[in-house]
Write a protein that binds this ligand. Sequence first.
Ligand code: ZN
Ligand code: ZN
Length: 347
Amino acid sequence: MQAARLHEYTDDMSEALRIDDVDRPELERSDQVLVEVEGAGWCQTDNHIIEGMWADYAPQDLPMTLGHENAGIVAETGEEVTLVEEGDPVICHPVQTCGICRPCRLGEDMYCENSAFNGLTTDGGFAEFLQTNERAVIPLPDGIDPTEIAPHADAGITAYHAAKKAVDELNPGDACVVIGIGGLGHIGLQCLEAMSAADILAVDVKDEALELAEDLGARHTVNSAEEDLADAVADLTDDEGAQQVLDFVGADETTGAAPDIVAAGGDHHIIGYGGHIHEPCQALVDGEFSFKGTLVGQYAELQELVALVDRGDVELRTERYDLADINAVAERLEHNEIEGRAVVTPP
Ligand SMILES: [Zn+2]
Ligand SMILES: [Zn+2]
């Protein structure tokens, strides 16, 4: 089968991955599931993996097939699998968990002590077939196209996970700032809209992104290339700040805004990454606000997101690409030229 594989870390996205002819994965355990991939979302994290940014954080044995946002049709199941059968459409949580360790018992799939992460620590879905396990697959309701929903396996669940944590802290009338209305941000915004009655202020440097934010329910928008973000938040909140900030950019500039835009006791959620946090400890003490990290989300949260999609509360803007054009996708995302989310469709 064809698979887009990373052979060497590089900053040159035009030669990021190579299309190799590899063996179709064999099921080795009775709980495994083979999925024929219908769609695999391209993610900024793929660019970061290719650059080698994850090499110190996750064991990677190159060459490796990338692709962690996968959905498709079940092609084969191990003998003990009962949740799905051949022909079922599924979305794949990116992490194959063990189910036995303490984090798994607590439902904390991302902290599993014996996990494999498709496209990060083991082969992923930029290929005709993907090997995963029963604990990772979620059957799709009728009428949901696996190709369209694929990016929710990471982009969606990550945005949902952050939005759910924020919603727990948001009361009606509170302000919530969403920075970066791109692939993840436009999903996070819709999750907030569906689950809270907070006033949402969308921030981006592109006017088209802000128009999209308005279409999706943001009550206020700020183009931070033209307007001062701290002033805009102060005006909107009578100088109190926003109770919750969802930072889908994670650059030095956006994390640096935290002391000026987060309300006392609030949270600045880091979802995008690439930059650093350099705030004085005193700023956090004075404002008693927190920076919170966001790592994908739980299996149960992906089920909840599928329910929101099924209700029509969260829609995803996607562009489709052939597997053969995968490096063009890598380059286009690098240059911020993808609208919504790119989905690779293996042959
Ligand atoms: Zn991703
Ligand atoms: Zn586990």
